[in-house]
Design a protein around this ligand. Structure first.
Ligand code: SF4
Ligand code: SF4
Length: 211
């Protein structure tokens, strides 16, 4: 593998590198539908370099506005996982849903389940953990009598994700998985304002169906 796109691309995806690449090996392309079932441009958090087709020319590096592209030898240790992540999207022009699914953080599965991507959807469905559904217990007798019980305070979707990742509040900003999830879901669920500010994540005002 020659060059790798790392975390700074997430949420940027301005595609300057795609225009600069002489061999067309950075994917997915904007406004393009693929017949092999791979996720489209709007369905992925970042772009990926095909490690087989990349000719190691370096033309994409200087045009990236957020310095997200690295030669493999220069890739910072903290982003080493992006090598496999780039490779999992397409390799020698071929998309394999199993490979791609293996490298997606669990927190982004719900998003992929909603994607218009049947191949990825079936992979994610097979990889999901079974849901723990327990039968509800009900007390016998007149439930209208006595004080009205207080309703439990339910955690928000964000709190559920942070809890599943075993994060305390102090650990939020250093969690790559949480950041990725927030970027993907920023227009869909409530995310604490201070965290959006910390990561400079913007929420689109047109998507005001946040609950
Ligand atoms: S190094 Fe060259 S061939 Fe490889 S992705 Fe960048 S521009 Fe394309
Ligand atoms: S790697 Fe850089 S230039 Fe390419 S899409 Fe991502 S942010 Fe844009």
């Amino acid at each position: 593998m020659a060059y790798v796109i790392a975390e700074p691309c997430i949420g940027t995806k301005d595609t300057a590198c795609v225009d600069a690449c002489p061999v067309d090996c950075i994917h997915p392309k904007k406004d393009t539908t693929y017949d092999d079932g791979r996720p489209k441009f709007e369905d992925v958090p970042q772009l990926y370099i095909d490690p087989v087709e990349c000719i190691d020319c370096g033309a994409c590096v200087p045009v990236c506005p957020v310095s997200a592209i690295f030669a493999l030898d220069d890739l910072p240790e903290k982003w080493k996982q992006f090598t496999d992540l780039n490779e999992s999207y397409v390799k020698a022009g071929k998309f394999t849903p199993e490979e791609f699914g293996k490298h997606q953080p669990k927190s982004s599965w719900p998003l992929f389940l909603e994607m218009r991507c049947p191949a990825a959807r079936s992979v994610m469905t097979r990889m999901s953990n079974p849901v723990d559904i327990r039968p509800a217990s009900r007390k016998r007798g007149n439930n209208q009598r006595g004080p009205v019980p207080r309703l439990p305070v339910l955690p928000t979707k964000f709190e559920e994700v942070a809890r599943n990742l075993h994060l305390t509040k102090e650990m939020y900003t250093s969690s790559h998985e949480l950041r990725l999830w927030c970027i993907e879901n920023r227009n869909r669920v409530y995310i604490p304002e201070w965290l959006l500010g910390e990561w400079r994540i913007t929420v689109e005002p047109t998507n005001s169906d946040v609950t």
